[in-house]
Design a protein. Structure first.
Lengths: 284, 288
């Protein structure tokens, strides 16, 4: 089963929920940190890393001895990542989406592919948890291809928990697509509610069942709860604002370690998700 | 024209609350919300929209079943697994690269331009504001960020203001990179946590990569002063201007619930006083 932990708004507690749930559970568990722009889960899980892999995406390279400057490559490219300029062809690798179109249409077979580094994937363990995260190279714009590579580590039969990036556009979609359940972590503030609505819209487009965790549940107002009721979104957990939780978080400590009574609450959260996935009609 | 872009790396550190508070104490400026993925600034600024525009960008492939012979060339070449066995394109998976559209021997594929968001020019109680909202699950957020910053600048020129105050997106990827190009300086809002430190370091590195001068303030400083000190020390070593600290102040949330800035909600709160102090230092450094 794949559970993706998402939020819309940043800083609502995705990483807190994903890491604590992973540590509270037993069995074959994977934690995939797909917030590759700002991965934080490792700071709490502190895995023993055992492998690191540099990940790249293919970008075009032009053999000017074969090129006849016909311009077909520039014509097909939707991203202005390759242009014929005077007597040369200029690829802009940082704009390239790696579709391979230029290489395919080149009648002279003058284009081959080389690598643009996207970032790093690290793999490790903490007890029963298999941990994988991606780290986008600073200066690299495109996170979805790296997110997809991190998700490539998903094993059938394991419980895979994904820590998704904030927002509602392509990186989040890459981190939610194909999940069995999306757990939405929100806060009961106007910003939290506004971004939650956007994120729920995205989850519904993907046809995935979802439920809410309300963090800092006692700061703010009731509008998130009203919205959840109107939309039929189950509230699966509430975490109050507790300075002990905030301070433990600030030091990189898990709630289930600092306040052990939370272990069973995160187990209960997982059970509720399992029941909902088992009872949910198959997503198309 | 000077532009200050407020960024954070980590989400939820208080960028938008801070930009709104700045907006309520600074005159002769235009405010711009460049967090187009999850735009929230308007919830406090309560803008009256004067102009609304569609944001058209990118294309999506659509296969016409009447013309398609199911030869399979498009499926072979599509690197996004966006074309199903039934030759229907999944619009969410489609990258808009156009490879299928160009290669289809039957010309059975349409490739229409997408409307993937909206942008607005507006008036607020704190002056003009430009903001944009990307459609749900849409792409091209970087392009919309670039566009809305340009529109913000134009708006400032029309009003003869020489300051643009931009609320940036979280992260270090495409939309953040788009929010940095040509900025006078960035102000990084960090929180004193191990995550906050990790993310602040990456976003400071990004600003340095693009040679944009960076400044730092720490929000909720008293949550973990030791961690705050570590972040400030790192910043000084990297040439990032350390401007000050904002205490954890629930008035930020109370103000937000009322649709106000913290300065409006309680001008003498610890949070509001810290914001004014930090703005004075920002203004000094930007010479505005």
């Amino acid at each position: 089963m794949i559970i993706s932990v998402a939020s819309g708004k940043g800083g609502t507690g995705k990483t807190t929920v994903a890491t604590n749930m992973a540590v509270a559970l037993q069995g074959d568990i994977q934690l995939l940190d797909c917030d590759v722009e700002e991965p934080n889960a490792h700071l709490f899980i502190r895995p023993q890393m055992d492998a690191a892999l540099t990940v790249a995406t293919p970008v075009p390279e032009v053999d000017m001895d074969k090129c006849t400057l016909c311009g077909k490559c520039g014509e097909i490219c939707q991203f202005k990542a390759i242009v014929v300029l005077g007597k040369t062809v200029l690829p802009f690798p940082e704009l390239c989406h790696s579709c391979g179109g230029c290489m395919h249409v080149c009648p002279e077979k003058a284009i081959t592919e080389t690598d643009r580094e996207l970032g790093l994937i690290e793999h490790g363990r903490r007890n029963a948890i298999e941990f994988i995260h991606g780290k986008l190279r600073v200066g690299e714009a495109m996170s979805p291809p790296l997110i997809r590579r991190v998700r490539g580590y998903t094993r059938n039969g394991a419980l895979t928990i994904i820590d998704a990036p904030p927002g509602t556009s392509c990186p989040v979609i890459a981190a939610m697509r194909g999940a069995d359940f999306v757990l939405m972590v929100t806060e009961p503030t106007p910003f939290g509610l506004h971004d939650l609505k956007l994120a729920v819209g995205a989850v519904r487009k993907l046809g995935i069942p979802c439920g809410l965790v309300i963090n800092r549940a006692d700061l703010g107002d009731d509008r998130v709860r009203d919205y959840a009721r109107e939309e039929g979104l189950p509230i699966l957990m509430e975490i109050p604002f507790d300075r002990r939780i905030a301070e433990a978080y600030s030091r990189g400590e898990l709630i289930v370690k600092a306040l052990p009574e939370w272990r069973s609450r995160f187990q209960d959260l997982h059970q509720q998700i399992q029941a909902r996935v088992a009872g949910a009609p198959a997503a198309d | 024209m000077k532009e200050l872009v407020v960024i954070s790396g980590k989400g939820g550190t208080g960028k938008t609350s801070l930009v709104a508070a700045f907006a309520s104490i600074v005159s002769n400026k235009v405010v711009c919300d460049a967090d187009v993925d999850a735009a929230d600034l308007h919830l406090i600024m309560n803008p009256s929209v004067r102009e609304r525009h569609d944001f058209d960008s990118g294309h999506t492939a659509i296969i016409d079943p009447d013309r398609c012979t199911q030869c399979g060339l498009c499926r072979d070449l599509c690197r996004w697994e966006a074309i199903g066995e039934d030759f229907v394109v999944d619009p969410i998976a489609c990258e808009g690269c156009g490879v299928c559209y160009y290669v289809c021997p039957e010309k059975a594929i349409d490739f229409p331009l997408n409307t993937c968001g909206e942008w607005y020019l507006s008036d607020t109680r704190f002056g003009p504001m430009a903001y944009a909202m990307l459609g749900i699950a849409e792409e091209n957020s970087g392009k919309l960020v670039t566009l809305i910053r340009q529109e913000g600048k134009k708006l400032a020129e029309v009003h003869r203001f020489d300051l643009l105050l931009t609320d940036g997106p979280p992260g270090i990827g495409c939309p953040v990179i788009a929010s940095l190009g040509g900025a006078t300086a960035v102000l990084i809002v960090a929180e004193p946590t191990v995550s906050g430190r990790h993310d602040m370091e990456r976003v400071a590195e990004l600003a340095s990569f693009f040679k944009i001068p960076a400044m730092l303030c720490i929000n909720k400083y008293d949550l973990n002063p030791e961690e705050g000190d570590v972040i400030e020390t790192y910043a000084r070593r990297k040439g990032v201007g350390v401007l000050g600290r904002i205490p954890f102040d629930p008035n930020f949330t109370h103000a937000m619930v009322q649709g106000q800035t913290i300065v409006e909600y309680d001008a003498e709160s610890a949070g509001a006083r810290a914001v004014r102090r930090i703005w004075d230092r920002v203004a000094g450094r930007l010479a505005v």
